[in-house]
Design a protein. Structure first.
Length: 441
């Protein structure tokens, strides 16, 4: 086999969720477990479920390729127990040599990589360290599906699967060309967004509000949710940073409930949200070292939406702190000699997925997508961002007027951590700069 690492880089494979970490960088030596995160702990999302139902062969082929390349004997597909049962899988079922189904409880945020690794292996990844330090490599379901396509067909990443759901008549799971404008996706599926609603890219807890008339579908896009502005999940996202800091400074009673329920704190991390909101923005800007533990936050939102009796959002405050730390290139990294142990209270403080849906105000919008659209939606135009991954932006290699075919390379990888981009559709290049390439069908 061609070097798998190079193959993944050459075909633009990155994490199909989260920040889009280039997948080739994860193929390190020393792992004993390949873990596929099919948990999908965010409410309303069914993308991983649909891929397990319809594309399991490609996922398993991708897993076997990674396991053979990295000399890993055990591969686990971690999926919520009730969803696995609905798919007809039993706990411990072997799908191929060394590839097993692994049940995990239906709690939030089980899909958080660090919590999932502990649940499945009993190992705690130290703050600031990578899963490989605990002999684990983690990919999500769609990423592994994409690896399977690369291994079998040399298929570059030009599309993504996503759940379209929320306050809509019918939910969908669809395959969408990268760079397709969100408004065109909605129009094609005959979905309208009322003025009283917003569109969220991702899940209701950790996703971000986007402008459908401007924003496009990217490699990490796993869901597009249409939700009312007046539910708790959305209200917390609509607050400004100034409002969040003002509330934190004026009404916090220091009850510590946000810390008591923090999933990362319960794993033994020295992250204490109640102390985070004691700091002022000016103090954090003057001395970012004061708030460097903020980098340990997974952004689940439990601290504000469930734990806080004053309606403060420590997570949103921490999010601002993360921006300051990133600007100053400061990150909390544990001392190699330090050890971390999960709290004995952890199993009693897990949040059931049903409870979390009620807290967010999205329970009534949880619709299983009966319609699975395998064929890609046809885009009239795509606006392909050069940054759809962590690392250096891809570098355009086409010019205005060029005719391109689907899957043609249109931007090469930059030096260092980077991956190329490919044409999601056949058409003519109508615009190019260092940030975007526009192709008209």
């Amino acid at each position: 086999m061609t070097d798998l690492k190079q193959l993944l880089k050459d075909n633009g494979v990155v994490g199909a969720g989260g920040a889009g970490f280039p997948s080739y960088c994860k193929l390190a030596e020393g792992a004993d477990t390949l873990l596929i995160n099919a948990v999908e702990c965010e409410p309303l999302l069914y993308t991983s479920y649909t891929l397990l139902q319809n594309r399991i062969r490609d996922i398993v082929i991708g897993m076997r390729a990674v396991m053979e390349y990295a000399h890993i004997e055990r591969g686990l597909i971690a999926v919520k127990d009730y969803r696995a049962a609905k798919l007809g899988y039993s706990d411990g079922q072997e799908l191929a040599k060394g590839v097993f189904i692994k049940y995990v409880p239906n709690v939030y945020p089980m899909g958080d990589e660090i919590n999932l690794i502990y649940t499945v292996t009993g190992r705690v990844v130290a703050p600031g360290q990578l899963p490989i330090t605990q002999k684990v490599i983690v990919f999500n379901t769609e990423t592994m599906h994409n690896i399977g396509l690369v291994v079998q067909y040399g298929q570059p990443v030009t599309k993504t699967y996503l759940t379209l759901g929320g306050d809509v008549p019918e939910a969908f799971c669809v395959k969408v060309p990268l760079g397709m404008k969100i408004s065109e996706v909605l129009e094609t599926l005959h979905v309208k967004v009322p003025d009283t609603h917003v569109v969220i890219d991702g899940g209701p807890s950790m996703g971000n509000i986007v402008n459908p008339n401007v924003d496009v579908v990217k490699k990490p896009t796993s869901g597009l949710l249409i939700l009312p502005k007046d539910i708790p999940a959305v209200r917390s996202k609509l607050r400004t940073a100034e409002e969040n800091f003002r509330m934190a400074a004026s009404v916090c009673c220091q009850c510590t409930r946000c810390t008591d329920l923090c999933p990362r704190h319960l794993l033994g991390y020295p992250l204490e949200p109640h102390k985070m909101i004691r700091s002022t923005l000016s103090a954090a800007q003057a001395d970012p070292e004061l708030i460097k533990t903020a980098t340990m936050c997974c952004g689940c939102g439990i601290c504000g939406l469930l734990a806080c009796c004053q309606d403060i959002s420590p997570m949103q405050v921490i999010k601002e702190y993360k921006g300051i730390l990133a600007k100053n290139r400061i990150k909390y990294v544990a001392n190699p000699a330090d050890t971390f142990e999960a709290s004995p209270e952890r199993e009693y403080r897990m949040i059931s997925a049903g409870k979390w849906k009620e807290v967010l105000g999205v329970a009534k919008y949880d619709k299983f997508p009966p319609t699975y659209i395998e064929e890609k939606l046809k885009a009239k135009e795509v606006q392909v961002p050069m940054v759809q991954h962590i690392g250096a932006p891809a570098i355009p290699i086409v010019k205005v007027g060029d005719e391109v075919k689907e899957n043609d390379m249109i931007a090469k990888a930059a030096e260092g951590l980077s991956v190329p981009n490919f044409a999601p559709i056949t058409g003519r290049v109508t615009y190019v700069d260092d940030k975007t390439i526009v192709i008209r069908a």
